[in-house]
Design a protein around this ligand. Structure first.
Ligand SMILES: *Cc1c(COP(=O)(O)O)cnc(C)c1O
Length: 370
């Protein structure tokens, strides 16, 4: 009998999120609300739909493996050289490429925990040690929801090849500010790559949360990861990008690229989305306004809500997380529980969020939260 590598056998089996249509059928309601995956609630941009339709006639050909047009558009948009930009099949695949390109078995990858679920899995597959630095309270007396950059810098040793800093952090939504992040980057050795995972950058409203692309300037060991899946609304098409200060870092990431993994449709859609930035900005403004309303509604109910700079909110309900999420599901609302820690709730439309709040009000006495 064949057997997978032990590192692979020890990976958790993939558990797909609840499909809203299935859930609605199961519990006998017309519609379930999915607030579990941090997509934006808007339909695809009109220009994106047009670009996909136009590109459909090209899909018998392989995509442009170098994504030249998209890479050029990104370079112009962010004022960098195309040699600094790498596109990927979702930012997730770029995370994997970073792990493959920069870690050897026995080296280490450091990141905060809890943070993006992919980081420990990537480390495991790469045979690298995952150094997980616990979050600390962002507010005095609050739950541990924020990067401890001092401890993260201290955890970097001679073996540490890569550090991921997820800013804003998924799933807690908190963001680190300019001065501590600059101090952190100053403290990390020049031969350790720091990846600022800014999947939610577009939703940041606090001007003191730095733009990684600015912070990266003059720091050749820093790269920034972004995605079209969240603010830009292309989650179903799988396209993300990495911008490195040092083109040699970008080149190394490109070398572990799976050929043709950014499809023709994804490339065309991303170019069209970039050209629709004004519309995207308006949508993002609606999301961040709704985020503040949702957080205020939750706090008004006596719940602790972490300070979010992303398009989701984090409720650190601890041991009640799994039960609360299950109770919400029985009322047709799908959230993302992290057992023993909290639930992450994506900011939906005001109507969807009201369905969530109403469900919460109905299940809370049973779940005795707060
Ligand atoms: C969603 C997300 C990504 C990337 O998503 P893709 O859809 O693969 O582009 C990367 N990092 C974090 C923290 C995310 O939440």
């Amino acid at each position: 009998m064949v057997s997978a590598r032990p590192a692979v056998q020890s990976l958790p089996a993939y558990r797909p999120g609840r499909n809203p249509a299935d859930l609605a059928r199961e519990i006998g309601v017309e519609r379930a609300v999915k607030l579990a995956s941090n997509e934006v609630a808007f339909p695809p941009l009109p220009a994106v739909v047009e670009a996909i339709a136009a590109a459909a006639g090209e899909t018998h050909r392989y995509p442009d493996n170098g994504a030249v047009v998209l890479t050029g558009a990104l370079a112009r948009r962010y004022g960098v050289d195309p040699a600094q930009v790498v596109t990927g099949c979702g930012a997730v695949m770029l995370c994997q490429q970073v792990a493959q390109s920069f870690t050897d078995p026995g080296t280490a990858m450091a990141f905060a925990w809890r943070s993006f679920e992919m980081y420990p899995l990537l480390a495991r597959v790469a045979g690298a040690r995952a150094v997980q630095v616990p979050l600390v309270p962002g507010r005095p007396g609050g739950s541990a929801d924020t990067h401890d950059l001092g401890a993260l810098a201290a955890a970097v040793d001679d073996d540490t090849r890569v550090v991921f800093v997820c800013n804003p952090n998924n799933p807690t939504g908190t963001a680190v500010r300019r001065a501590p992040l600059e101090r952190f980057l100053d403290a990390v050795p020049a031969d350790t790559l720091v990846v600022l995972d800014e999947a939610y950058r577009e939703f940041v409203t606090d001007p003191d949360v730095p733009d990684g692309l600015e912070l990266m300037r003059g720091r050749p060991n820093v790269a920034v990861l972004r995605t079209f899946s969240k603010a830009w609304g292309l989650a179903g098409l799988r396209v993300g990008y990495l911008v490195a200060e040092d083109p040699a870092v970008a080149d190394a990431v490109r070398r572990t690229h799976v050929p043709f993994s950014v499809s023709t449709l994804a490339q065309a859609a991303a170019v069209a989305a970039l050209a629709s930035e004004e519309e995207v900005r308006r949508r993002v403004a609606a999301v961040t306004a709704e985020r503040e309303r949702l957080a205020a509604e939750l706090r008004g109910r006596g719940l602790e809500v972490s300070d979010s700079q992303a398009n989701f909110v984090w409720l650190p309900v601890g041991e009640q997380a799994a039960d609360l999420a299950a109770a919400l599901e029985s009322r047709a609302v799908i959230t993302r529980p992290f057992a023993g820690e909290g639930i992450r709730v994506t900011v939906g439309t005001p109507e969807e969020d009201d369905v969530f709040l109403d469900a919460l009000d109905r299940v809370r006495p049973a779940a005795t939260v707060g």
